[in-house]
Design a protein around this ligand. Structure first.
Ligand code: HEM
Ligand SMILES: CCN(CC)c1nc(N)c2ccccc2n1
Length: 290
């Protein structure tokens, strides 16, 4: 299967910046969601989950077709809680009906990262909605209970290497786990809605203890109230991953640079873009003085 992005001839950078700004203003205004964490983290996870169904071996799934809009995908147990992100974006789709669902879900993640003071994520439009029968089966997203070998093997399907995997996992600086969504809990106290390299600093500096949580799942907890999923902790159990954890803990610019590249690659997996498709680097609200 080839997913050729369509050339959007009648929309300019200004049109897409207008969509960016509509999402960003709504994000700024609706700050009370999830105990004042806001919608940034769940929008980031929605962009990742709508892209993370891709299988490079047969080019099925991925962000192109916007199939998260169909219940077969949105009801995947792996997607519990993400309806909050989809409901947040629904009015944006009404306001800009010319934007495909695939472009909407991925753009939501770009706005979230940039408005939470993360790096600029270059983004290309042209995803085309596919019919419901093209929705990938459930079970393509990763479980949190396994170790480094599982993580490495899982991300091979998405064509992502060790460095890209560690950079991407840095997005766990945002938001939190919710017991009723995934059976994991925490961090306790202030979850974060600012994009930083804190995840890597915590991995290296905290005193981790493996404990069974209230849902009978094992997770790593620290006396300061932080937590790590088993797949998070795996990054300091494996020498190759550990090297990148140390790099990103000590070099925030490098983390931002590598995250931006890897997140773009994740959001574009399986898509062939025409040479004429522009790459947009959006301005944040702050940089526009808005
Ligand atoms: C081995 C790979 C991964 C596993 C097993 C995993 C697992 C999880 C789990 C269990 C949660 C808690 C969800 C909830 O309870 O509401 C979560 C949240 C989150 N994940 Fe991941 N994740 C992975 C990779 C990623 C990647 C690659 C990104 C983005 C680049 C990402 C971004 C997020 C964000 C932003 C949240 C917070 C969502 C919120 O606060 O509602 N994760 N992840
Ligand atoms: C870096 C500590 N935080 C946020 C304050 C954190 N840590 C995590 N390990 C984590 C894992 C999945 C989802 C969100 C997460 N958030």
């Amino acid at each position: 299967i080839v997913h050729m992005a369509q050339e959007i001839k009648d929309k300019s950078e200004k049109d897409y910046q207008e969509v960016y700004n509509a999402i960003a203003v709504k994000l700024r205004e609706e700050d009370e969601f999830d105990g004042y964490i806001g919608y940034g983290p769940v929008l980031t996870r929605l962009a990742w989950h709508s892209s993370g169904t891709w299988d490079k071996n047969n080019n099925t799934g991925g962000s192109f077709g916007g199939t998260y809009q169909f219940q077969k995908e949105s009801n995947d147990p792996s997607n519990k809680g993400l309806h909050n992100g989809a409901e947040f974006l629904a009015p944006i789709h009404k306001q800009f009906p010319w934007l495909s669902h695939g472009d909407l879900y991925t753009l939501g993640g770009v706005v979230a990262i940039q408005e939470l003071q993360g790096p600029v994520i270059p983004w290309r439009p042209g995803r085309v909605d596919l019919p419901e029968d093209m929705t990938p089966d459930n079970g393509r997203l990763p479980d949190a209970v396994y170790g480094a070998d599982y993580v490495r093997n899982f991300f091979k399907r998405l064509d992502l290497n060790d460095q890209e995997v560690v950079a991407l996992m840095g997005a766990h600086c945002l938001g939190r786990t919710h017991l009723q969504n995934t059976g994991f809990d925490g961090p306790w106290g202030a979850a974060s809605n600012t994009f930083t390299n804190e995840f890597f600093l915590n991995l290296l500096n905290e005193n981790w203890k493996l404990e069974k949580n209230e849902a009978k799942n094992m997770q790593w907890n620290s006396p300061k109230g932080y937590m790590m999923l088993p797949t998070d902790h795996a990054l300091i159990e494996d020498d190759k991953y550990m090297a990148y954890v140390k790099l990103y803990a000590t070099n925030n610019d490098k983390f931002f640079e590598d995250f931006a590249k890897a997140f773009k690659k994740l959001l574009e997996g399986g898509i062939t873009f025409p040479q004429s498709t522009p790459t947009y680097r959006f301005e944040t609200l702050d940089s526009q003085g808005l």
